[in-house]
Design a binder for this molecule. Sequence first.
Ligand code: C2E
Ligand code: SIN
Ligand code: SIN
Ligand code: FE
Length: 377
Amino acid sequence: MDIIAQQITRILNVGRCTIFLKDGQRKELWSKIAQGKGLEHTEIRLPLNGHSIVSLVARTGQSINITNAYEDERFSMAVDMVTDFHTKTLLAVPLKNNSGKVLGVFLVANRSDEKPFDKKDEGILLLLATLAASSIEVAKLYQDVHVAQLETIYRLAVTAEYRDQQDTRAHLKNISIISYLLALSLGLTKKQAELIKNASPLHDIGKVALADTILLKPGKLTPEEFEIMKSHTVYGGKILEGAHSKVLQVAHKMSLYHHEKWNGNGYPYGLKGEMIPLEARIIAVADVFDALCVSRVYKRAWKTDEAYNYILTEKGESFDPSVVVAFKRIYPSIRKLYAQTAADAELMQPVEETPEIVEPIKTVRKIRTAPKPPFSN
Ligand code: C2E
Ligand code: SIN
Ligand code: SIN
Ligand code: FE
């Protein structure tokens, strides 16, 4: 939107261009301020059924051309006040999709030659609005697909975990937060860290293949039973093998290798050191820390600091030393997170309906980072 607004400002040679998008849920029109010192990320919201030029255009689908804004009672000063701008002439056109539905409003103000806007300006602005509308719709479709994908992943993960976990949601959420913070602390990009965060709930997906008699056994597993238990990594690997999406590719590595150990004593393959994919070395720490902090049918919960000390003692043994160092750095936040989780459990507060990891991402960010469509390269 910033880029479109900049181009329009240049092409029409105007003092300001603002793009408003319709937020159907909140019944508002919103815009990120692209111009103005220090206002780059300020969000402006106007009620959809309010008295402003923008909302009028959005409601009627008709353009409005005004030669003296401050004398027009329909004009809302809201934006001028934040941007320290004096709107004189103004042209607002609807942003419509192919089927004529209004998605938002394009607004330009103050031609640099101080003349009123004419039919030619309106034609150009409408044309640009049409072009923008299709990109916005495509971006929205991607967002829907992305949210649907995250939801599916999360629900699949719940399916795998709910048999042996009392508090699946908090558990999955905590593991994904730890993995995310570890990834960032290790210097991975935000994008990589998000993939790791979104993939992490699936690391134990292979447990769906295990019989209750083993998974839910209240006591210690026999060596034979533990051999079977180990196969959840291989099953997880098979379930996620050859996945097309990046997030499932990460999930594949995590599920197959999350019980490998840095010293080579893990399973299923006994890989050592950096032979183990980094994603798996990250989830390994998050998984064990969380497993220790909660109670299972076979064990009681450890205190947070006990679990932390265990992670430190396994540096260079079970875990990649650099991941343990990262864990040390993020531990203050993790400690707070688990104190909060414990407090929530005590109060028996219902966990909110929508887990954090599937919250829809703000439209503006999605437009900038729209993922590629599935099956395209
Ligand atoms: P999980 O319960 O999610 O535990 C994941 C990992 O956390 C374990 O991997 C282990 O590395 C660590 N962990 C969990 N609890 C403890 C503990 O009390 N002490 C120590 N030192 N580490 C702990 P691991 O051992 O490969 O086990 C994989 C999965 O096998 C476990 O996942 C759990 O589902 C199952 N499992 C392991 N041991 C037993 C057991 O004695 N009885 C039963 N019923 N299940 C077990
Ligand atoms: C209006 O809609 O009335 C004015 C909005 C703006 O100046 O951006
Ligand atoms: C991987 O992404 O497969 C491995 C990356 C690493 O180990 O550094
Ligand atoms: Fe596991």
